[in-house]
Design a protein. Structure first.
Length: 137
């Protein structure tokens, strides 16, 4: 019998922004670890080496429906405006297009970005060897 993987949890009722999600990751997934607090660094956490279990873990996202709403198009537009302030000039057009799409309530949201990153490390994903399982509750 195979031992079940440890469950690491975040609670969608405890944050309403991407920065709040990062706070939850720091508190619940990698307590005490220093990390970059951005999407690329979150992806790196799921690869391991930040104090997460070597065999992978179950990423439990409680109250994910609240997150889906809070990390929807308004938050996506806010994040894309922030990205515009610091992105390389060659990327401005692309970010502006993404922002226009978000303002029309089209395309992926911040919630979708995070789910896509997590699923990349799950069975069937490009980095499935990391052994992450996603549970949305």
């Amino acid at each position: 019998m195979t031992a079940s993987k440890p469950e690491l949890r975040i609670d969608g009722s405890e944050f309403s922004t991407l920065e709040g999600f990062y706070d939850q990751v720091g508190l619940r997934i990698i307590p005490g670890a220093e990390w970059g607090r951005n999407l690329e660094a979150f992806n790196d956490i799921l690869r391991g080496g930040f104090g997460t279990p070597d065999e992978g873990f179950v990423f439990c996202w409680d109250d994910h429906e609240i997150s889906k709403q809070n990390l929807g198009y308004d938050e996506t537009a806010r994040q894309l405006r922030k990205r515009l302030e610091r992105c390389h000039p060659s990327n401005i057009g692309s970010v502006e297009n993404d922002l226009a799409e978000a303002l029309r309530h089209e395309g992926p949201t911040v919630f979708d970005w995070l789910i896509e990153i997590i699923r990349c490390h799950c069975p069937g994903g490009d980095e499935a060897e990391d052994g992450i399982e996603l549970t949305l509750r």
